[in-house]
Design a binder for this molecule. Structure first.
Ligand SMILES: NC(=O)c1ccc[n+]([C@@H]2O[C@H](COP(=O)([O-])OP(=O)(O)OC[C@H]3O[C@@H](n4cnc5c(N)ncnc54)[C@H](O)[C@@H]3O)[C@@H](O)[C@H]2O)c1
Ligand SMILES: O=c1ccn([C@@H]2O[C@H](COP(=O)(O)OP(=O)(O)O[C@H]3O[C@H](CO)[C@@H](O)[C@H](O)[C@H]3O)[C@@H](O)[C@H]2O)c(=O)[nH]1
Length: 440
């Protein structure tokens, strides 16, 4: 099948590549011409395990192509996936300008029956707005072309995006057009063998399902983070509590890890966008308001702990930071806790030496001219002469460091472990002071 994917970010590039991998002919469109030039040059702009090899294979086979020619892209696919960004607007609502621009562009150029599939995370009612915009463009140019709009939210996680797309827990199709539903079923039959995992519903329920899913996961994390803060005070260990409650199958073990707050391009923005939708409809989501507040506080918790240990004035101090990305296996630093901690340390007069296996170019881009942040060639190099180590991201390579060497390289042998990577007792055995999140 000929498929167009609009937007070549984390979602669009993975979607396009995986659809090509199972035999579709895919043309990916992006308005960012530098990105398209890079992709046409065989380079992948994001770090996503496995993506580069699959993309190269499908480009070589002629099934995966990239363009910034809007007309060519719209006329290519019988199905058009919209996977552009929906960043937070000033008031927390999802900014739909990119989705609506993509829709307008489809209306402007389409010349045969088209199925428009929205993969971006969008507020309830956006499928109707996309439909209206396309209709408007068709009317403007006096064209009569049939189309259907489908809501198909994406649930992939960065760092595991290819795996998540190839073997999804579920595929949600929000649509009422039988031919569009049959077409989407056929596209996804390559990925979903168990038909119970493909769910068809109305567009509004599909749109809300995406926000509900992220809001539930964010709630679990904030709940555990608040309990961790209590554990700190009462002398309990949140890691033991996590195992204790997770073994109840009604609770389960996933997404129960306390830490220095959730970040990324999804949870923070989607929680706020859902709160906004609720507010606009006169509904109060009190639990979710608390989830967001708790996370804001949690992102500053490491700073509070550093100041409790070293004092409010950190002038002349230098901290080593392991991990800059918002989580492991990605170079993404959108809403990353590292950015809050770095900024807080700067404000208190300190400098930071950061290390991250893949996010350092992104950190360089974000902190361009600030010489208070330097970047080290290795995790151990970052420690040399630093006052203490602050761990912000749960990268595997930080899990079993040579603790004796860590102790030797640091000026003060203190570890602030924002991801609870270590067993406090064994770290203390090396003469290191261990400060985790909710550990005894
Ligand atoms: N990142 C994730 O893990 C993830 C997972 C599930 C859902 N989502 C949702 O998917 C959407 C995309 O997220 P992302 O992280 O891939 O975004 P991204 O910012 O990485 O990529 C978006 C791309 O769209 C391009 N673009 C913008 N307007 C365009 C237009 N009119 N035509 C063509 N291209 C255009 C941009 O240049 C950019 O390359 C968002 O709504 C997000 O909430 C993201
Ligand atoms: O137990 C946990 C699990 C995660 N996190 C943090 O939560 C954030 C988000 O992690 P994760 O969900 O793995 O990353 P994302 O790639 O942002 O994926 C989420 O957001 C995507 C975009 O909507 C959805 O598609 C995914 O299903 C959803 O998991 C990160 O900062 C993690 O460090 C915790 O603090 N504790």
């Amino acid at each position: 099948m000929n498929i167009t994917v609009i937007g070549t970010g984390y979602v669009g590039l993975v979607t396009g590549t995986c659809l090509a991998e199972v035999g579709n002919d895919v043309l990916c469109l992006d308005v960012d011409t530098a990105k398209i030039a890079m992709l046409n040059d065989g380079r992948i702009p994001i770090y996503e395990p496995g993506l580069e090899q699959i993309a190269a294979r499908n480009v070589a086979a002629g099934r995966l192509r990239f363009t910034s020619d809007q007309r060519e892209a719209v006329r290519f696919g019988a199905v058009q996936f919209i996977a552009v960004g929906t960043p937070p607007g000033e008031d927390g609502s999802a900014d739909l300008q990119y989705v609506l621009a993509a829709a307008r562009n489809i209306g402007r150029h389409m010349d045969s029956r088209t199925i428009v599939v929205n993969k971006s995370t969008v507020p309830v009612g956006t499928a109707d707005a996309v439909d209206a915009v396309i209709r408007e463009e068709l009317a403007r140019r006096g064209a009569d072309v049939d189309f259907a709009v489908v809501s198909n939210p994406e649930f992939l996680k960065e760092g595991a995006a290819v795996e998540d797309f190839m073997r999804p827990d579920r595929v949600i199709i929000g649509a009422d057009d039988p031919q569009a539903i049959a077409c989407l079923r056929s596209i996804y039959s390559a990925f979903v063998r168990n038909h119970d995992r493909l769910m068809v519903m109305d567009t509004r329920s599909a749109e809300l399902t995406k926000y509900a899913s992220n809001a539930m996961l964010a709630t679990r994390i904030s709940f555990m983070n608040e309990l961790a803060n209590l554990a700190d005070k009462v002398g309990a260990d949140i890691e033991r509590v996590r195992v204790g409650i997770g073994s109840d199958p009604r609770i389960g073990f996933d997404f129960l890890y306390a830490g220095c707050g959730y970040g990324g391009s999804c949870f923070p923005k989607d929680v706020r966008a859902l709160l906004r939708t609720a507010g606009d409809n006169g509904v109060r989501l009190g639990v979710l308001e608390a989830v967001d507040d708790a996370n804001e506080a949690q992102k500053r918790l490491l700073l509070d702990k550093i100041k409790a240990r070293f004092g409010n004035d950190l002038k002349g101090r230098r901290f080593a930071m392991w991990g800059l990305a918002f989580k492991a296996n990605t170079n993404d630093m959108r809403a990353a806790t590292s950015r809050v901690v770095i900024k807080g340390l700067f404000d208190a007069g300190a400098r930071v030496v950061g290390y991250d296996p893949v996010a350092m170019p992104e950190a360089r881009r974000l902190f361009r001219n600030d010489d208070r942040l330097s970047l080290a060639d290795s995790a151990m190099d970052a420690l040399r002469g630093a006052d203490a180590l602050v761990i912000v991201t749960e990268w595997k390579e930080f899990r079993s460091p040579n603790h004796a060497m860590v102790r030797e390289l640091l000026r003060h042998p203190v570890i602030f472990d924002g991801r609870n990577l270590y067993d406090p007792e064994s770290v203390r055995g090396y003469g290191l002071e261990y400060i985790g999140i909710g550990r005894r």
